[in-house]
Design a protein around this ligand. Structure first.
Ligand code: ZN
Ligand code: ZN
Length: 250
């Protein structure tokens, strides 16, 4: 299992960067997780043909996680019409807000499927499950397991009990950290870097890969805040870098 960070900024990119989008790969399987702005261009640096994407999973319907899905639907719709690709790509996303969910479709670009906390996908030996987090719109953490290896992605969330339980024992937790402690208020819809570190620590996560950085922050401040509370291997996402979920080598 490996994960390539296509974009790591949120809720808008820094110059030359992209927002949330991650390519999960295992053997021949390719799953795109989130598709924020800038991701379609980056994705095409990783794949030759859109049909190589087996499915798309969207954690929630905020623009920094879906805006390039609105463009990808054109690419797929046009290529289907020209006979260049044969199939609709399965896209799993929360069904709300309803109008955002319905906007994802264009011609038959996607085979749209709604997810909730009970959803489970069994695909080529991969077990994919979801857990609702705490965010202003329905937002789901995603877990992909195979052969006792466990990859978890937090999606966007406030600090909540659900993420601790869901991430327990993950080989790699890809975790958002949209704020630093100094900027957090009761209304903040994101984890601080410290909270992400605490989740990694208390959930016994072997490797913590942080993402969803606000462009105005120093990455060093983010690292230091999380490192102060997390003893394991801590990594700040770098765009277009691939991380092996199950290996100790980075
Ligand atoms: Zn976001
Ligand atoms: Zn969000």
């Amino acid at each position: 299992m490996k994960i390539t960070v296509l974009g790591c900024w949120g809720p808008y990119p820094r110059a030359g960067g992209a927002c949330s989008g991650y390519l999960f790969e295992h053997e021949d399987t390719k799953i795109l997780i989130d598709c924020g702005n800038g991701i379609l261009s980056r994705l095409q640096q990783m794949i030759k043909n859109f049909e190589e994407i087996d499915m798309i999973i969207i954690s929630h319907l905020h623009s920094d996680h879906i805006s390039d899905a609105m463009v990808l639907r054109y690419a797929l719709g046009i290529q289907q019409a020209k006979g260049l690709i044969a199939k609709s790509i399965p896209l799993y996303a929360p069904g709300a807000p309803r109008e955002d969910f319905e906007k994802l479709q264009f011609q038959n670009a996607f085979a749209l499927k709604e997810i909730d906390g009970d959803s489970a996908i069994h695909f080529r030996g991969l077990e994919i499950s979801f857990r609702q987090m705490d965010h202003p719109v329905p937002s789901y953490a995603v877990k992909i397991e195979k052969d006792h290896k466990k990859f978890v992605y937090s999606g966007d969330t406030k600090y909540c009990h659900s993420i601790f339980e869901f991430a327990e024992g993950a080989d790699l937790l890809l975790c958002e950290c949209g704020v630093l402690e100094r900027d957090k208020t009761p209304d903040t819809a994101h984890l601080s870097a410290k909270e992400a570190g605490e989740i990694g620590q208390k959930s016994h996560v072997k490797k913590l890969l942080l993402t969803h950085f606000w462009p105005g922050y120093s990455l060093e401040d983010i690292y230091n805040e999380a490192k102060a509370v997390y003893d394991g291997e801590l990594i700040l996402s770098e765009e277009m870098k691939t991380y092996d979920v199950s290996s100790d080598a980075w």
